[in-house]
Write a protein that binds this ligand. Structure first.
Ligand SMILES: *[C@@H]1O[C@H](CO)[C@@H](O)[C@H](O)[C@H]1NC(C)=O
Ligand SMILES: *[C@@H]1O[C@H](CO)[C@@H](O)[C@H](O)[C@H]1NC(C)=O
Ligand SMILES: *[C@@H]1O[C@H](CO)[C@@H](O)[C@H](O)[C@H]1NC(C)=O
Ligand SMILES: *[C@@H]1O[C@H](CO)[C@@H](O)[C@H](O)[C@H]1NC(C)=O
Length: 320
């Protein structure tokens, strides 16, 4: 389905051939060697691979959940009913399906995750917007990862030393949209049917509708790098990861679970408070010390991230 899965299949075939050859030529008194090879069937070459991880992550991580919409995704009515409550969608399932159909007349019908890196270990940096990035000098460490996922309008310019320069994926929704360069994937998180209409029109005629915040009418970005998050994936994060706490997950939390889904190794930057307990963005002046996350179960999300880090399922960089 994704190109890296195709590569994976080719590699799996090769691996099985090698195992067959080894089995054929090996005298029977080398069972340990064979056992070792079986354990390594994930073919991920990271020092530590997610699929081998502990029960905490295995209980929740489900790689069969499709994070991105493709032209043949069949969203269940059940998932649609959950999704439409997020921003009080009034239109029906038929309108959703018709809009998704239009979406794939314009954008790639399958999300392309690109080639895995040469050593079969796809490393990812998920970069949140916390003020704890300020003064961290994480820039080079972030840029070192194969995939760098940033959020919404988070700036890079003037913050390079702390946040790096590379952005392979930028997650956004229409109200948070910014223009992208020609090598960055636009990862749309749709929260209502209008969000799907927005991305279609922002690339074509211009969008002139309204929302709870001003909207960009047009966006500069590469059409063939657009990926749209599957509403069923949002429901999965809400139900399985957050156990239905809060109304729906924050974009930052969903982006982190997305990384767990598509990466072999996940490095997490810019989540949580700074060492003074301030919750704010690295690119803003502190407005208040209090922590408000609206409909999102923020404290619970952060506790889960800390748990993932404790179990070494992600590497969490806490900054300053
Ligand atoms: C994983 O996700 C798939 C697709 O939604 C679902 O059919 C399956 O039951 C899930 N597995 C577990 C263990 O929840
Ligand atoms: C979605 O449904 C259509 C028609 O029922 C079917 O042809 C297609 O294979 C399904 N797609 C997936 C991914 O299950
Ligand atoms: C992408 O942009 C860079 C710099 O802005 C330019 O040098 C390059 O030619 C562009 N590549 C494509 C494929 O458009
Ligand atoms: C964080 O909070 C402390 C104490 O309230 C304050 O002195 C400090 O300036 C804040 N830090 C930032 C980066 O705004």
């Amino acid at each position: 389905m994704y190109s890296f899965i195709r590569t994976f299949q080719v590699k799996l075939l090769f691996f099985l051939l090698v195992v067959a050859a080894v089995t054929f030529f090996l005298p029977a008194d080398f069972p340990e060697l064979l056992q070792l090879q079986h354990q390594d069937q994930s073919l991920c070459a990271c020092e530590k691979c997610l699929s081998e991880e502990n029960l905490f992550i295995l209980h929740r991580l489900n790689r069969s959940e499709e994070p991105f919409l493709s032209s043949n995704t069949n969203l269940s009515e059940d998932a649609f009913r959950w999704w439409k409550l997020i921003q009080n969608e009034q239109r029906d399932f038929g309108s959703y399906k018709a809009t998704v159909h239009k979406l794939f007349e314009l954008f790639p019908s399958v999300a392309d995750l690109g080639k895995p890196s040469a050593d079969s270990c796809r490393t990812c940096a998920v970069v949140g917007n916390s003020v704890n990035l300020k003064g961290s000098r994480y820039g080079p460490l972030i840029d070192f990862q194969d995939v760098v996922i940033r959020m919404n309008a988070a700036p890079v310019k003037d913050y390079e030393r702390d946040v790096g320069t590379k952005t392979t994926h930028r997650v956004m929704y229409p109200e948070s949209a910014v223009d992208l360069d020609n090598s960055t994937h636009l990862v749309l998180f749709p929260f209502k049917i209008q969000d799907l209409e927005w991305v279609i029109k922002a690339f074509t005629t211009g969008f002139f509708g309204r929302s709870y915040a001003p909207l960009k009418s047009k966006i500069k970005a590469k059409r063939d790098l657009v990926m749209v998050i599957n509403p069923a994936f949002m429901k999965y994060v809400h139900e399985i990861w957050l156990e239905k706490k809060g109304d729906y997950p924050s974009t930052g939390f969903m982006a982190l679970i997305l990384a767990l889904q598509i990466c072999d190794e996940v490095h997490v930057f810019g989540y949580g408070a700074d060492h003074d307990g301030n919750w704010s963005h690295y690119f803003e002046k502190l407005k208040s010390k209090s922590f408000k996350t609206g409909p999102h179960p923020g404290q619970h999300e952060y506790a889960l991230i800390q748990q993932l880090a404790e179990k070494k399922s992600v590497r969490l960089y806490k900054g300053w």
